[in-house]
Design a protein around this ligand. Sequence first.
Ligand code: HEC
Ligand code: HEC
Length: 368
Amino acid sequence: MKAWPLAVAALLLAIGADAVADSHLLDFSPAERAAIVAHGPWPPAPVADPSHRAFADPAAAALGQRLFFDLSLSASGRVSCASCHLPGQAFQDGRAVAQGQGQGARNTPSLLDVAGQRWFGWGGSADSLWAASLRALRDPTEMGGDEAALQRRLGREPALGAVPAGDARLAAAAKALAAFQAGLVSARTAFDGFRDAMARGDDAAAARYPLAAQRGARLFIGRGRCSLCHAGPRFSHGEFADIGLPFFLPGGSVDPGRHAGLQDLLTSPFNRLGPHADDAGASAVATRHLRREHRHFGEFRVPGLRGLRQTAPYFHAGSAATLADVVQHYSALDVDRLHADGERILVPLRLSADEAADLVAFLESLSP
Ligand code: HEC
Ligand code: HEC
C-alpha cells in the first residue's frame, strides 16, 4: 500500500515537478506575441562606430585587452579597469558604489553588450565607447591623478609611442580599450529560447518557458509598461528617464544625473564633434542636437536588463539589493518624486505578492 505513492513521487521527481507544472503556454494575444518578439533576436548583429576606425580591428582589441588588465595605467599602480569591471562577474564589481583609488558615488555597470549603447555612463557623459573608456584613466577616484606618468606609460606601448603625446595618445589608448570591449557580448538566455519559439510559431517549445516567467513577461509588456523604456533586444531604449529614486548621496550632496552628464559631454574634447573622432563629426548628429535643460536633472540612463542575476546591487547608486527590491520600487512608486514635466509613464503598480514574484522570475530569465 505504501509503495505506490512513493513510486509516483519518485517518477515526478525524475521528470522534474517544474516541467510537469509548467508545460503550458498562456493565451498570449497577437499584440502580446508581437511585443515579446520585439525583445529579440539575440545576439544582435555586430555594431560599428564610425568615429572609431579600428572598432572591429583584432590587433587593436588585443592591445586593449592588455591595457584593460594593466595596473600600471593607474596613478597608484594598484587599480586597473578589471579591478572594477571583473571579467568573472559580468565585468562589474558587485559593490553598491565603485571603489578605486578613492570612493566613487556610482554603481559600476557591467560591460557586457556595452558596444550597442548610444550614450555611456549613468548620466550620459560620453557619446562613444572610446570616450567612456578614457574617463576612468583620468578620474582620481578611479585610476587617474598623474597625467604625465600616464603619458609616459602609454608612450612605451609600441603601437602608441608613435602617436603624439597628449590628448591624441589618450584617445588612441581609449580606442584600443573600446575595441576590446566591442567583443563583450552576453550569452543567450531562457527568455531568448521562448522569444524565438514564439517568433516561429512553435507554441510547444514556447510552453517550456516557466509559467511564472510567462506571467511576468505579460506584466512587463502590459500593465507594468516596463517595455516602454526597457525596449528591444537589449531591454533599453538607450535614453534617459527619471524613475523617482532619491538623488541624494551619502553626506547630503546630490547626483544630478543627465544634467551633469550633458555638461561633461558637451564640453569634452573627446566627444564626437571633437578633433579625435575618426569621421570628422559625421556621426555626431545626435550630439550636435543636445541641449541641457532643467528636466534632465535626476534623469539616469535606462539600463539594459540582460544578465541581472550577476549584477546586483541595482540602480545608479546600488540602492536596491535585490530584484525584489527593484520591483517593490515600481510597485510602491512615490509619484511626487517624479518630474512634473515630461511624459507620465510611471504609476505605482500596486502588485500583489504573486505578481511581484512573477516579474522577478521574468527578470531572472533574462540571464544566462
Ligand atoms: C573604480 C572603479 C572603476 C574602474 C577602475 C574603471 N571603471 Fe569603468 N565604470 C565605473 C563606474 C562607476 C562607471 C559609471 C560611471 C558613470 O556613470 O559616470 C563606469 C563606466 C564605464 C563605462 C560606461 C559603461 C556604460 O554602461 O555606459 C565604460 C565603457 C567603462 N567604465 C570602461 C572602463 C575602462 C576601459 C576602464 C579602465 C581604463 C574602467 N572602466 C575602469 C567604475 C570603474
Ligand atoms: C520611464 C522609463 C522606465 C520604465 C517605464 C521602467 N524603467 Fe526600469 N529603469 C529606468 C531607469 C532610468 C533606470 C535606472 C534608474 C537609476 O538607477 O537611477 C531603471 C532601472 C531598472 C532596473 C535596474 C537595472 C540595473 O542594472 O541597475 C531594473 C531591474 C528595472 N529598471 C526594471 C524595470 C521594470 C520591471 C519595470 C516595469 C515595472 C521598469 N523597469 C519600468 C527606466 C524605466
